[in-house]
Write a protein that binds this ligand. Structure first.
Ligand code: HEC
Length: 210
């Protein structure tokens, strides 16, 4: 049976006597809306729960000075702490998160680099302390860029951590020896009078394990 058409459903002109007034206030939100709200409320609480940082004071002014990057659980895991320095100090901008380097701005790779995986860190510590400039060969490929010095902004712990990270980064597949703050301190003292960046040619004359 066909429903009869009412005036308001028709396409023709509406009779002046029955204006169609939209009903206001009679809309009921579907139950699904409240279910979604409840899920969002739950997720936002979960988010807070995950990220409250045990309400540590360190999270309120994080990295205002990256000398004070917090030690997780009071124990230093150099690779994890070094990963933070790698990001906070800006190594990541040039050498990239995956350590691939960046041919566009002359930054050589750190992942699997023969410089990074050297037997000892003598040259690496110098590169981070004073920077490097000039032709350099990394894994047989020539590069020629300019790396800024980090000696004035990173302390011995942070340099030890970031170098241990790049030497042992599991995500890059690197696996070389740890670098300790004592090693950095010794090189910093020995090279205290240095005011210019190293050239890779100069560095190659220094024994890796010095
Ligand atoms: C401004 C960009 C820039 C930043 C920031 C930077 N580097 Fe470099 N890095 C370079 C360039 C360019 C070279 C090559 C220098 C040359 O050509 O003589 C280099 C070379 C190196 C090398 C030796 C070559 C190799 O590929 O293995 C290491 C190790 C290294 N950087 C580590 C670091 C670490 C660790 C940091 C952070 C503390 C850092 N770099 C920050 C640009 C940068």
């Amino acid at each position: 049976m066909k429903k009869s058409r009412t005036a308001s459903q028709g396409n023709g002109p509406k009779p002046a006597s029955s204006p169609v007034t939209p009903k206001v206030g009679s809309y009921t939100a579907p139950a699904a809306f409240f279910v979604v709200l409840a899920i969002l409320a739950y997720l936002s609480q979960a988010e807070l729960g995950y990220h409250h940082g045990l309400f540590s004071a360190g999270i309120y002014e994080p990295y205002t000075d990256f000398r004070s990057i917090p030690k997780v659980g009071g124990e230093v895991n150099r690779v994890d702490a070094g990963r933070e320095v790698y990001a906070a100090a800006g190594c990541v901008a040039c050498h990239q998160p995956n350590g691939s380097g960046n041919p566009a701005n002359g930054c050589p790779p750190l992942a699997k680099s023969d410089w990074v995986l050297a037997e000892g860190p003598a040259r690496l510590i110098r590169i981070v302390l004073h920077g490097a400039q000039g032709p350099i060969t990394v894994n047989g490929k020539p590069w020629n860029g300019n790396m800024t010095p980090f000696g004035p902004v990173l302390n011995d712990d942070q340099i030890a951590n970031v170098l241990t990270f790049i030497r042992q980064s599991p995500e890059w597949g690197n696996n070389a020896g740890e670098v300790t703050p004592e090693m950095v301190k010794a090189v910093r003292e020995k090279t205290a009078s240095r005011t210019t960046q190293w050239t890779p040619a100069e560095l190659e004359k220094i024994p890796e394990t010095e």
